[in-house]
Design a binder for this molecule. Structure first.
Ligand code: SF4
Ligand code: SF4
Length: 564
């Protein structure tokens, strides 16, 4: 069965492969469900605007155009197959709250059909709080000193304030028009669908069930109430209905605990494999390139993505290395996380290749310049099977390839993307391994074969949980916001090592020498007058009670003998 359809009433100037059903008439389309189409209205799950953009503007040879059009369909099929963005429905009734002055209310009423909504009206200054989401909003208003709860489905708020901005179901006519807002509200009552945009792995989240808050970056950057912290349990709560799908949380998440459901990291990897030997032009959906008239030189191939904020250092490096080329990122907005990631990857490429990896174009003029400039980067191509690896592991493996055996200095990381180097004062470390238990990304490891505490710096998010968990003063510190471009950055470095201590009674090794010395230093003076107690400090858990009991009975026996 054909999964791809190409429709254009004017036809196409060159033949397309048999995998694509080509038609000039919408009425000729069989009632198949297609996966990917170049345009809407063709019974396809996914519409790829970039196909027509490429066909219209590419300077590729005819043979390459035919090959690349098929690639663009395949790329989108991969995106569709891997997407984890389930669609949900929310019932929305006709309860509407109007927040405005009397004059604005009159204007809204003029544009409404009488009684089409169950309408409430309040002035902004009595609103105290808003909870819930579209279809189920609770607005707390102050009624002469008494709190009243209003239950509504949607809100029309002129010049809406912070409280409304974060909530789904609030619309501001001053940002569009009264008619637009009323049309949206009516449409939502007929059918309101929302998507699940994020997936979450709590096992590597740096906030989840930790004693102290050391990360909540996703919640900080979320422009809505889609991610909320429950500080009593240290749990994150995700409200998909409030999520706009921008992906900002994904690019700042240090461990990769959050992934972007419509285009996951794994999906990006599989899609990128079709961009080898091309110049990928990354375009978020909202950039609307279908009608853009711009000459795109040979080998430039659009790489369409859904949200504009989710790309991180790991996904960017994946696309750059597989293509072996500089990338163009055409977007009118750069998120905090993506901004840091772009700068970091560019600094790394500058150190190695003397060129940026990513060229950002924020308008048509900049896109033209970027398209002239974009080039392959000699020896930068690299690929490996990263399927199933975590974000940090992918970045580490890819970066290691760039650094190889060189010393390329270091790059500073950013305000929103963090790397760092854990340091341990070996004299103070007792090898209690509390820090290893605290690290949920496996940057810190214990090696029983040689009694060492080890660190792979490339995996460390510099979250600092090991630092706050270490029981020794001035022992574990972190040099923050740096990536060292040297071979040792990718190896397990020994931070501390110790000999095992053998029990003075049975000879069994039971603790590290330094931990025994530490306890002996603390307790020795207290037990100084009792040689058996003092000796127990050097005994294993089995022998300690034995010698204490033996001492008790010996003393008792001695006491009885003296009494006779
Ligand atoms: S940014 Fe990532 S690691 Fe930090 S709290 Fe959010 S999900 Fe957890
Ligand atoms: S080594 Fe420490 S700072 Fe680094 S990720 Fe693990 S717990 Fe966090």
């Amino acid at each position: 069965m054909q999964e791809f359809i190409y429709y254009n009433k004017d036809g196409i100037e060159f033949p397309l492969p048999e995998t694509i059903f080509v038609t000039q008439s919408l009425s000729d389309i069989p009632q198949n469900e297609y996966i990917v189409s170049n345009t809407i209205g063709t019974h396809a799950e996914l519409v790829a605007d970039e196909i027509d953009f490429y066909i219209k503007n590419s300077q590729d040879s005819l043979a390459n155009k035919i090959k690349n059009v098929e690639k663009l369909y395949e790329v989108n099929a991969i995106r569709f197959d891997n997407a984890k963005d389930i669609t949900f429905n929310q019932e929305v009734s006709n309860g509407v709250l109007l927040v405005c002055d009397d004059e604005q209310k009159k204007q809204v009423l003029k544009s409404m059909v009488p009684d089409e909504f169950n309408l409430f009206h309040v002035n902004e200054d009595i609103i105290k709080d808003i909870n819930g989401h579209i279809g189920n909003l609770t607005v707390i208003v102050d009624d002469d000193g008494e709190d009243i709860e209003l239950r509504v489905d949607q809100i029309i708020w002129f010049d809406e304030k912070e409280l409304g901005l974060k909530q789904s179901g609030c619309f501001d006519p001053l940002k569009s028009s009264i008619d637009d807002v009323l049309a949206t509200i009516r449409q939502n009552i007929t059918n309101y669908e929302y998507r699940k945009f994020t997936t979450y792995d709590k096992t590597i989240c740096q906030y989840h069930e930790r004693r102290e808050e050391i990360c909540s970056k996703c919640e900080e950057v979320c422009p809505t109430v889609a991610i909320v912290k429950d500080d009593s349990k240290k749990h994150l709560e995700f409200s998909q209905i409030d999520c706009h799908g921008c992906g900002g949380c994904v690019s700042v998440c240090p461990s990769g605990a959050i992934d972007y459901a419509p285009t996951s990291r794994n999906s990006i990897f599989e899609m990128a494999e079709l961009y080898e030997d091309t110049h990928p032009l990354i375009v978020p959906q909202k950039m609307n390139i279908a009608n853009l008239d711009i000459e795109i030189k040979e080998n430039v191939l659009p790489f369409a993505i859904d949200g504009e904020k989710f790309l991180d250092e790991s996904t960017l490096l994946t696309i750059a290395q597989i293509s072996g080329s500089q990338l163009i990122f055409y977007t009118d907005f750069i998120s905090k996380g993506s901004g840091d990631a772009i700068r970091i990857v560019n600094d790394i490429y500058q150190s190695k290749y003397g060129k940026d990896a990513i060229i950002v174009a924020m308008n048509e003029e900049e896109l033209k310049l970027a398209l002239e400039k974009v080039a392959f980067i000699e020896n930068s191509h690299f690929n490996f099977n990263q399927d199933g690896l975590k974000k940090r592991e992918v970045f580490s493996h890819r970066l290691q390839r760039i650094v190889s055996d060189d010393d390329l200095g270091e790059v500073k990381t950013g305000e929103h993307v963090h790397y760092g180097l854990v340091k341990v004062n070996e004299d103070k470390c007792t090898l209690c391994l509390v820090c290893v238990g605290a690290c949920n990304v496996d940057a810190l490891q214990a090696d029983a074969s040689d009694n060492t505490l080890r660190l792979n710096p490339s995996l460390c998010t510099s979250c600092g949980y090991c630092e706050v968990s270490c029981p020794e003063a001035d022992c574990l510190t972190i040099e923050r916001d740096v990536i060292k471009l040297t071979p040792s950055w990718f190896k397990e470095n020994v931070l501390a090592q110790d000999e095992l201590f053998a029990c003075v009674e049975c000879g069994k090794e039971f603790a590290t020498t330094k931990s025994i010395e530490k306890i002996a230093t603390m307790m020795g003076p207290i037990f100084a007058s009792d040689p058996v107690k003092e000796r127990s400090l050097y005994c294993c858990a089995d022998c300690k009670p034995k010698i204490m009991m033996q001492n008790y009975f010996d003393q008792k026996k001695e006491g009885m003998a003296n009494a006779r």
